[in-house]
Design a protein around this ligand. Structure first.
Ligand code: WT7
Length: 657
């Protein structure tokens, strides 16, 4: 394309703020009936049967929703099913020889698991887990990177009715131990190591270090990923995954019948306090919900090659790499590596090689692609793509349009999907064949989802004004509670707005948002002390507690500052104890402590030593002010501070670094 045409196109796109679903997409889409909105409205909650109908039930449910004990809602009550049977067994007749998982390793090696093969290995590993003493309702922790054994282990657990608790492999040993202890988990599936940018990385030592801090005995299974290059040998008492599967070759395990409301898994996520929350998801409601949204929003069809580039260690991977896509019998791509290794066209090479039909990724990745430039996607044929998606944080219109044009060639709808670990699946997004897209705005709530933006007194805000996002009705994929902590569950999500006066239940996701005249919601970001770093959710309290744990630190405040690629970055303001030198070495020590407590994703961008923190007269740290300082923004009124002079000192320190 000539430079002139290019400039012309960019200018046209820059001005356009509404986009219609491409005709070629609409013609073949799963959901095209505009009446769906009314159907959900007029026939709520029964309309949710649509989602449940996408699954195979061993026993039909008696009631769609039981809501007489809010906020402890129950969905598809009386129904019985097994998640692994829904993701595997029921596809064997029609799709047994078709790929379920296309795995691409960091070193470029590949593995294909057909539904038949995946079913076989899941059965074998399920039999092995049983032999290890895992029984129904035992929580099995998994601490693994993006290798096929992770979804296999998840589905094996689902098969025997043992909930899994997957811990992101980038989390530290301490984080693993904390989650295993909190979930009473006595079983661990992990890996010897994995590759990053071509180099082998020891993971087993980290897993062991975590396991040592777990109360009680832990049975351990180790996947051999590195072979000869393994830096740590499997030791006495640990089992090698490959050996177990071999010993159980050909074994079959009947899928255990699970009640719709039985726990499918736990997923720990950050909240306002230092302690991660154990979000509980169920077999019937969650599986129906992610299957329905994969069908309606991602437009997944069995013959697709669908790719979600998230990590299975987060909820996105659970819902939209494993459960949703496999329940629909499609081919799900799994990529172990990073987008810029061996080169910055890695993702586009994979799209081209595998004829990927949908790509679901995060704004942080899109911002990086934009920075690298269109020459990387331009090297490849991306015409197999039919739909694009984003999730994890707000996407700015410029990045949206770049994605639309340079990846989607203006022929793919983009779904900007707002949701959370707690919601299980997508909540606010356009339906790709039905709704106009407005870059920067996620869209309307999905049919059947009732969301609004309200002011502090609980009334809806005017169009264009910022307020708090709330969800007013339950939905099948919602969390049921926080593991063994109903009280925290109620306090965290309901207290604020569900006051008895208004007598209405509302779920508060802790996000700020705006709504426009068409009911499109633009999510602005968290209103609590939770950061979003590259789409990863981190609690400032967790980072603060790691920081103050370092000897020589008297006090610390952690806030998020703007970051071009990551969205937000961690800024740690630290007051040292008397006599502690404010040296580079000490700064490194603090950074290392944060990495040890949480993981490299929480690594502070800057550690700023300061003699004081800005505090209100009542002694509360003014976090907003610290954010403004980190961003180099103009500061608002500082007269309410007890110590206004400190602000200038801190500003100088930040700008000199
Ligand atoms: C938080 C949830 C949903 C899976 C990945 C993150 C932010 C998520 C969007 C979006 C604006 C978004 C919110 C939310 N978020 N998607 N499309 N637009 N913000 O799950 O770790 O539970 O984080 O991510 O702030 O509360 P999570």
């Amino acid at each position: 394309m000539s430079d002139d045409t290019e400039v012309h196109l960019e200018a046209r796109l820059a001005e356009q703020d509404e986009f219609e679903p491409p005709e070629s997409f609409v013609e073949q889409a799963n959901v095209t009936d505009p009446g769906i909105e009314d159907e959900f409205e007029d026939n709520w909650p029964e309309a949710w049967e649509r989602a449940a109908d996408l699954l195979d039930w061993e026993t039909d449910y008696d009631e769609v929703l039981v809501d007489d004990n809010e906020p402890f809602y129950e969905w598809f009550v009386g129904g019985e099913l097994n998640a692994s049977a829904n993701c595997l067994d029921r596809h064997l007749d029609d799709r047994g020889d078709e790929p379920a998982i296309e795995w691409i390793g960091e070193l470029g090696e590949t593995r294909t698991y057909t539904y038949e093969e995946l079913h076989r290995e899941v059965n074998e590993f399920a039999a092995a887990l049983r032999d290890q003493g895992v029984t129904e309702d035992d929580v099995v922790a998994m601490y693994m990177p993006m290798i096929p054994e992770l979804p296999i282990a998840m589905l094996a657990c689902a098969r025997i009715g043992a909930p899994h608790a997957v811990v992101f492999a980038g989390f530290s040993a301490d984080a693993l131990a904390e989650r295993m202890n909190a979930s009473d988990s006595e079983h661990l599936v992990t890996v010897d190591g994995y590759y990053r940018r071509g180099d082998p990385l020891d993971h087993l030592s980290k897993a062991r270090e975590g396991r040592e801090q777990v109360d009680g005995d832990v049975t351990t299974v180790v996947v051999d990923r590195l072979g000869e290059e393994s830096p740590a040998d499997v030791a006495g008492g640990e089992h090698v995954y490959g050996d177990l599967v071999e010993e159980h070759a050909g074994a079959t395990v009947e899928p255990v019948t699970r009640d719709a409301e039985d726990m499918l898994f736990l997923m720990y996520t950050s909240g306002t306090t230092g302690k991660p929350k154990g979000v509980k998801h169920t077999t019937g409601g969650y599986l129906s919900y992610v299957t329905w949204t994969s069908h309606a929003v991602l437009d997944v069809k069995p013959e697709d090659t669908y790719w979600c580039s998230a990590d299975i260690g987060w909820i996105t991977g659970h819902s939209y790499i494993v459960y949703g896509p496999l329940a629909l019998g499609t081919t799900s791509v799994m990529y172990e590596g990073t987008p810029d290794y061996p080169d910055k066209d890695r993702l586009w090479e994979i799209v081209d090689d595998y004829d990927v039909t949908q790509l679901y990724t995060a704004p942080t990745a899109i911002r990086a692609f934009m920075k690298w430039g269109p020459e990387y996607p331009d090297r490849h044929d991306l015409s197999s793509l039919r739909l694009l998606g984003t999730v994890g944080e707000p996407i700015n219109p410029r990045a949206w349009k770049w994605y639309y044009r340079h990846i989607g060639n203006e022929e793919c709808p983009i779904v900007d999907t707002w949701w959370q670990t707690e919601t299980g699946g997508m909540m606010i997004t356009t339906l790709p064949a039905l709704n106009t897209m407005k870059p920067g705005s996620a869209g309307p709530p999905l049919p059947g989802i009732s969301a609004d933006v309200i002011d502090p007194s609980g009334d809806p805000v005017e169009a264009g004004r910022a307020g708090h996002l709330v969800v007013n009705k339950p939905w099948p994929g919602m969390l049921r509670t926080l593991y063994k902590n109903d009280e925290r569950f109620i306090n965290e999500y309901w207290d604020e707005y569900s006051n008895p006066e208004r007598d209405q239940w509302v779920y508060f996701p802790e996000d700020g948002a705006k709504i426009d005249d068409d009911g499109y919601i633009t999510v602005l970001g968290r209103v609590d002390d939770v950061l979003n770093v590259s789409g990863h959710r981190l609690g400032t309290m967790e980072i603060e507690s790691a920081t103050v744990g370092v000897e020589g630190v008297a006090e610390a405040a952690v806030v998020g500052g703007d970051h071009e690629i990551k969205g937000e970055a961690v800024y740690a303001y630290v007051i040292t104890e008397d006599g502690q030198e404010e040296s580079e070495a000490f700064r490194e020590e603090i950074i290392a402590a944060v990495e040890d407590a949480i993981g490299p994703i929480a690594r502070p961008e800057q550690v700023i030593f300061t003699p004081e923190l800005p505090k209100t007269r009542s002694g509360k740290i003014m976090r907003r002010l610290l954010e403004d300082i980190a961003n180099g923004d103009e500061l608002g009124n500082t007269s309410t501070l007890r110590n206004p002079d400190v602000v200038h000192d801190i500003q100088q320190k930040v700008s000199s670094e």
